[in-house]
Write a protein that binds this ligand. Structure first.
Ligand code: HEM
Length: 421
């Protein structure tokens, strides 16, 4: 039986996005929970009925793999969604069973390591251009000039959308997903006004614009020969034989736009920040570029850009002797699993040589394992392969500002000053 230490009396509230603003408190809370309250009930004051937090690596992995007990169908964010809303808003992320597999398989082949390797040359060119423009400025916001637009540019290429539209895609992505941050969201998630948008993904009015945009592209590509993601979505029949409805298409398209955009951006920014904070690790990487694939896994573990995804218990069950009732929300804190001392030696140490590195940044072994994992890995590897040799020095030039969210572990501003190599 774990024993509470005085430190463990720390008040824990993982529902309040304000607790995530300093970038320190959540990690302390996770430490406490893993140590002494591995199945922890967290009340919610903003309209939700509360949730269970799973914070240990093994418990998260077990729940992630057991979709019969821990379903995604009742939605995967903390917001409670009724049956009607769920039916309207559901994408593959919120679908279990054969339909989930059928939806996933339409595009899964486009995201295998082998398929995404086909983008390496494009990515290297894009990275070089991005870095040359940014580094020429000397002092700049790393998020804005380097990390922000990079992932969506790749996706724009996969969707085959015109270059001129990428700015718009970026803006939509920001407004939709950071729905608890007043700097981004048009309508804050817990505001009274958000009730009007309860049938929209993330309760964001911006998603209507994304739907309209996606539908126009779909109409133009239906029946064509294109091999881009949109053409595949509109021209392929899922393996279960059930064609995509317009709503299926809307939600699939929107998922693609939001899923890999902010996440990869924050992974890159956190990794840069870690290398500035630990210059000896940057030196190791410069001295041994073959370390990069190993380092990327540590970048992913360290950055944990997604704090959590949620499941819902389909039946009464028990974890570590704690009763969880059918219908209870159960939150898998992937970020906490990535600091679990039972799996990682010295988990709060950033170590680009760490191996093995069994992080759960993309989930682990479950049906919803991130479909874009190979793409995110490739983007990060190429980014740092191109960045490090160009830099003689990089340091912070101002305060770091974080996204106000307990879902996305995001940095929205990170001023740096660089000296070219
Ligand atoms: C570092 C960057 C990324 C992180 C940390 C990340 C994280 C995750 C996680 C944790 C899940 C599992 C959701 C769950 O268990 O309910 C997921 C699912 C997903 N991700 Fe990513 N992701 C990243 C990049 C990408 C990229 C580049 C794409 C490409 C568009 C992408 C597309 C998806 C999709 C489509 C799913 C849903 C898979 C399913 O439901 O079967 N992600 N991601």
């Amino acid at each position: 039986m774990p024993v509470d230490t005085p430190h463990d009396t720390l008040a824990v509230d993982l529902a309040d996005p304000d607790n995530f603003l300093d970038g320190e408190t959540p990690w302390r809370m996770f430490d406490v929970l893993r140590r002494s309250r591995p199945v922890h009930w967290n009340p919610e004051t903003d309209g939700g009925g509360g949730f269970w937090s799973l914070t240990r690596h093994a418990d998260i992995v077990a729940a992630d793999r057991d979709q019969a007990t821990f379903t995604s169908e009742k939605f995967v964010n903390l917001e409670e969604v009724d049956e009607r809303q769920a039916a309207i808003r559901r994408s593959m992320l919120e679908t279990d069973g054969p339909r989930h597999l059928a939806l996933r398989r339409i595009l899964a082949r486009e995201f295998t390591p082998r398929s995404v390797a086909g983008y390496a040359t494009f990515l290297r060119g894009l990275t070089a251009r991005t870095l040359d423009l940014a580094l020429a400025k000397g002092t700049f916001d790393f998020v804005k000039e380097v990390a922000a637009d990079f992932p969506i540019n790749v996706l724009a290429r996969m969707l085959d959308v015109p270059d001129d539209d990428t700015e718009q895609l970026i803006d939509w992505g920001n407004r939709i997903i950071a729905n608890t941050d007043p700097d981004y969201a048009d309508v804050l998630l817990h505001s009274a006004e958000s009730e009007r948008y309860r049938d929209l993904p993330f309760r964001s009015p911006a998603s209507l614009e994304v739907f309209e945009y996606g539908r126009e592209l779909a109409a133009r590509r239906r029946g064509g020969e294109g091999t881009d993601l949109i053409s595949r979505l509109v021209n392929e029949t899922p393996r279960d034989g059930e064609p995509l409805t317009e709503r299926d298409f809307d939600n699939y398209f929107l998922l693609l736009v939001v899923a890999g955009n902010e996440t990869t951006r924050h992974a890159i920014t956190h990794s840069m920040r870690a290398l500035i904070d630990h210059p000896e690790q940057a030196d190791r990487l410069r001295a041994d570029p073959d370390l990069m694939p190993t380092a990327v896994e540590e970048f992913l573990r360290w950055s944990s850009p997604v704090y959590h995804f949620r499941r819902t218990a389909t039946r009464d069950t028990e974890v570590h002797g704690t009763a969880i009732r059918e219908g209870d929300k159960v939150v898998l804190w992937f970020a906490s699993g990535n600091r679990d001392e039972a799996v990682f030696t010295d988990p709060h140490r950033f170590d680009v040589t760490r191996s093995p590195n069994d992080h759960i940044t993309f989930g682990k072994g479950g049906p919803h394992f991130c479909m874009g994992a190979a793409l995110a890995r490739l983007e990060m590897r190429i980014m740092f392969e191109e960045l490090l040799p160009r830099l003689a020095d990089i340091r912070f030039a101002g305060d770091i500002r974080r996204v106000r969210s307990n879902f996305v572990n995001g940095i929205k501003e990170m001023p740096v000053t660089t000296t070219l190599a």
